[in-house]
Every structure is written in structure tokens, then in C-alpha cells.
Design a protein around this ligand. Structure first.
Ligand SMILES: [Zn+2]
Length: 205
């Protein structure tokens, strides 16, 4: 029985970069691997997984894993943005891990911008053999707590508390700690200050 790993964290916690480094090392050591990403994640490329620091990994973009079968001799499967798949897709991965020698590394977000678990991530938290939390600090200036939540905001800095869980792109999101999430999300009058918003714009240009 092979292992199913879930690396979870907020946006900008280096998940896609670590995936790319693993792919590089598998290539260097001659291991057979394949990478998958959800087709909905097409913000930077239709096929490649692109990390924020520019590491690119060629991947198979799939709508779901229903008809997915690993290639012969594959030893490792790397999956980016796994939260955009379904719990049913995660069951497929569990079956692959339980019936083959293929080790599976999943990378994704745990919670959405309303503080709720993504369904695929909930399934992975229940089923993965190993859980790995990717750490990064809260993006509110002066805060050194670990970021665990996301705040979504519009161009005026207003907090958005509705909408689909599947929103691709990080330009209107901030990764924040739990305390700052509730301070902003639970207060209907809260607004992201303009200086924080401008700093975010500069970062994403
Ligand atoms: Zn904070």
C-alpha cells in the first residue's frame, strides 16, 4: 500500500513551488512521475503548474479524475490545487494508493474565503496517510502569527463574504491569521485599509 500525502496551506505558502522542486528531483533521480492540475486553474497556463516564484511544471489539466488512470511505471503522482477536485475524485486517489505502489502528493488550500473547508480538502483530511501543514505568516502588516485563513476583497477594500468556493487567482485575496480573519470577516463595517490594498497591488503586478 502506497501513501497518500496532503500538503495544505494558505495562498502563497509555497505549495506549487515545493511540488515543482519534487518534480525536479524525481526527474534528476530517474523516477517516473506525473503531475495533474484541475482544468479550472488556468490563471497562468492551461497546462503548466506555475508557482509564484516562477517554477513551472508540466501537468495534465483534468476536469475530474473519473477516467484518470496513471501511466504504466508511474511511481509518483503530484497534484496541485487539489481543493478544486471533488470528494469523489479523492476517493479515486485513495483507491490508487491502496491498490498500487504509487505515492501521491496532493497540494492545496484547506479553507475558502468564508472560513469553510473545501469538500475535497475535508475528504483528504479524513483519508490522507500523512498531513503536512505549509506555513507562512499573516499578511496584515506587523502581525507575525501563522496565516490560516483567506480574506477576499474588492477594489475598494470591502470584504467579500459570499460567492463560489472556486475562484481562481490570488490578486484579491490575502492570507491572514485566524484572529485577523475574524476581526475583518465578522465585522460588517471592516474594510481592508488602502495602504494594505495598495501593497497587495504592487505585489501582484
Ligand atoms: Zn494576523
Amino acid at each position: 500500500m502506497a501513501k497518500l500525502h496532503f500538503y495544505y496551506g494558505v495562498m502563497s505558502s509555497s505549495k506549487s513551488a515545493i511540488l515543482g522542486i519534487n518534480a525536479f528531483n524525481f526527474r534528476r533521480t530517474g523516477n517516473k512521475w506525473e503531475a495533474i492540475k484541475p482544468a479550472v486553474d488556468n490563471r497562468d497556463s492551461d497546462t503548466d503548474i506555475v508557482s509564484r516564484i516562477g517554477i513551472r511544471t508540466q501537468a495534465n489539466a483534468l476536469k475530474n479524475l473519473e477516467k484518470y488512470t496513471p501511466k504504466p511505471n508511474t511511481q509518483f503522482i503530484l497534484i496541485d490545487e487539489v481543493q478544486f477536485f471533488s470528494p469523489h475524485d479523492i476517493e479515486k486517489l485513495v483507491k490508487i494508493a491502496d491498490t498500487t505502489d504509487i505515492t501521491i502528493f496532493c497540494y492545496g488550500l484547506k479553507v475558502d474565503s468564508n472560513g469553510n473547508l473545501f469538500p475535497a480538502s475535508a475528504k483528504l483530511l479524513a483519508e490522507a496517510d500523512e498531513l503536512h501543514q505549509m506555513e507562512t505568516v499573516c499578511e496584515i502588516p506587523g502581525c507575525s502569527s501563522m496565516a490560516s485563513h483567506h480574506i477576499r476583497f474588492d477594489e475598494q477594500g470591502n470584504i467579500i463574504r459570499h460567492g463560489s468556493q472556486v475562484e481562481v487567482g490570488a490578486s484579491q485575496y490575502k492570507s491572514v491569521c485566524r484572529k485577523h480573519f475574524h476581526k475583518l470577516y465578522d465585522n460588517p463595517c471592516a474594510k481592508l485599509s488602502l495602504c494594505i490594498y495598495k501593497r497587495n497591488l504592487q505585489k501582484t503586478k
